[in-house]
Design a binder for this molecule. Sequence first.
Ligand SMILES: Nc1ncnc2c1ncn2[C@@H]1O[C@H](COP(=O)(O)OS(=O)(=O)O)[C@@H](OP(=O)(O)O)[C@H]1O
Ligand SMILES: Nc1ncnc2c1ncn2[C@@H]1O[C@H](COP(=O)(O)OP(=O)(O)O)[C@@H](O)[C@H]1O
Length: 215
Amino acid sequence: MSTMGNPANVFWHDCTVGKAERQKLINQQGCVVWITGLSGSGKSTLACSLDRELHSRGKLSYVLDGDNVRHGLNKNLGFSPEDRTENIRRVGEVATLFADAGLICIASLISPYRKDRDACRAMLTDANFIEAMLLSVFMNMPLEVCEGRDPKGLYKLARAGKIKGTAGFTGIDDPYEPPLNCEINIEQKDGVCPTPSEMAGQVVSYLDEKGFLHA
Ligand SMILES: Nc1ncnc2c1ncn2[C@@H]1O[C@H](COP(=O)(O)OS(=O)(=O)O)[C@@H](OP(=O)(O)O)[C@H]1O
Ligand SMILES: Nc1ncnc2c1ncn2[C@@H]1O[C@H](COP(=O)(O)OP(=O)(O)O)[C@@H](O)[C@H]1O
């Protein structure tokens, strides 16, 4: 099975209910909040906090978390560079469908390679709009902080050379390429990390300011 290009003899079929009508129905604009950062940087924490905050405001959102998606849709993928690229591509495609459905899709993945994140942004850039429908959030936490948290004990395993398979562990022996430009940068101030609700608040303010919270 080839994942490159479009299969032959396959044609696009449009339905009469369009994105604008769906958005009007739920009074919001479909988009993707893409959270990237090292393992332990707080991606899932922010994703859940943001999901809850949007829900409490009557906005429909859905979280695509790397760890969770790897239990189903992407269960055949590992952590080689090729597999990570395919992981991000598939989640990017699913997130694009959710955004087209009118939802605020929160994608939370390490997504370590710039070219893969750029490809997702390109999927979500509509020629009719100046701004992309993807809002990139960088969990800009130092490796020492992430490693200090180590809730799953994976950094410990990585340092001991016990991560199985051919792939390295991100930040230890596999690269993480920080975004060159992101819409939101979450970082510590005076050595203190913002709380989950402060981080979510930062994203909600941005979504509100850009008009995504109304049709
Ligand atoms: N080798 C290696 N490198 C990085 N991460 C690893 C690895 N092996 C397993 N894990 C666990 O997988 C979670 C990251 O999955 P992602 O789909 O977000 O990764 S990626 O975007 O494809 O790089 C990651 O979850 P988070 O800690 O939530 O980031 C880890 O729990
Ligand atoms: N803003 C925060 N302040 C303090 N601890 C946090 C914060 N965000 C996350 N954590 C803690 O850090 C650990 C890793 O968070 P998690 O959201 O699982 O990260 P990731 O999804 O990037 O691996 C968890 O134990 C979580 O409770």
